[in-house]
Design a protein around this ligand. Structure first.
Ligand code: APR
Length: 241
């Protein structure tokens, strides 16, 4: 029997972000690079098999992405989302591994696919180390003497915090999805948990399929996200867009 759903919290918004929100900060999206990252096929540099076959290449790939992210700055979309915390209960659920939401001032950010600013043990996923923008090299080991790896969820691994993310979306009076092609599962299916009466908006440039009940607002994150956030802050409540 389905458990009764938690009541909607009228003050709660979940922002579900993807690579497109960081595009205007200069960080390449996956889709816009035709599925290649720095000319490497994803399965070579971002999969569990790629890690096993050539850990040095994977470490170098993420060392470069970590530097790119450290040199990027939050854009107006990140800042507008942080601003919402003035009046609302905001949870950011991001597929991104950069820390631009945090650096913009968002205080409650859930990284489904991990964080570039962290390393982890390659045998115990719970053994995590904050490394900022530092590189990880072959030979650097965790407390259990295993090779350190990026705290990134590789293709073929299970994303983090899925259940927590689902529970936040169920309670949200507003779900704002920004800059995602919604092709990667199981992250994208989280949006199906948004409530019928919640205000649901998808801001992106292009998407194959708009999730049921979501209003597609086609445009740039730095233009549309500040506009909607300002509208909600002025009204003191979430409205459909
Ligand atoms: N403003 C708004 N949307 C944008 C902008 C922009 N300036 N630039 C690009 N986009 C949109 C694109 O139209 C696309 O729909 O952002 C989306 C980016 O899609 P992807 O590159 O597939 O990124 P994402 O959806 O986050 O990918 C999900 O797949 O790449 C793997 O694990 C990685 O977390 C990532 C996951």
């Amino acid at each position: 029997m389905e458990m009764p759903k938690a009541p909607i919290n009228p003050q709660k918004i979940v922002v579900f972000s993807g690579a497109g929100i960081s595009a205007e900060s200069g960080l390449k999206t996956f889709r816009d690079s035709n599925g290649l990252w720095e000319n490497y096929p994803v399965e070579v540099v971002a999969s569990i098999n790629g890690w096993r076959n050539n850990p040095e290449l994977v470490l170098d790939f993420y060392n470069q992405r970590r530097l790119d992210a450290a040199n990027a700055t939050p854009n107006k979309a990140h800042l507008a989302i942080a601003e919402l915390e003035k009046k609302f209960d905001v949870v950011v659920i991001t597929q991104n591994v950069d820390d631009l939401h945090e650096r913009a001032g968002s205080s409650n950010v859930i990284h489904l696919h991990g964080n570039l600013t962290q390393a982890r043990s390659s045998i115990d996923p719970g053994l995590i180390y904050d490394i900022g923008s530092a590189a990880i090299h072959i030979g650097q080991t965790c407390g259990l003497k295993s090779q350190l790896r990026p705290n990134i969820v590789f293709f073929g691994e299970i994303p983090y915090f899925l259940n927590e993310a689902k529970n936040h979306i169920i309670e949200a009076a507003c779900v704002l999805a920004v800059g995602s092609s919604l092709v990667v599962e199981p992250a994208a299916s989280l949006l199906k948990k948004a409530r019928f009466h919640a205000a649901k908006t998808l801001v992106t440039l292009d998407v194959d399929k708009v999730p049921f009940g979501f209003k597609l607002q086609r445009g740039k994150a730095t233009e549309l996200v500040p506009y909607f956030c300002q509208r909600w802050l002025s009204a003191g409540k979430f409205t459909n867009t």
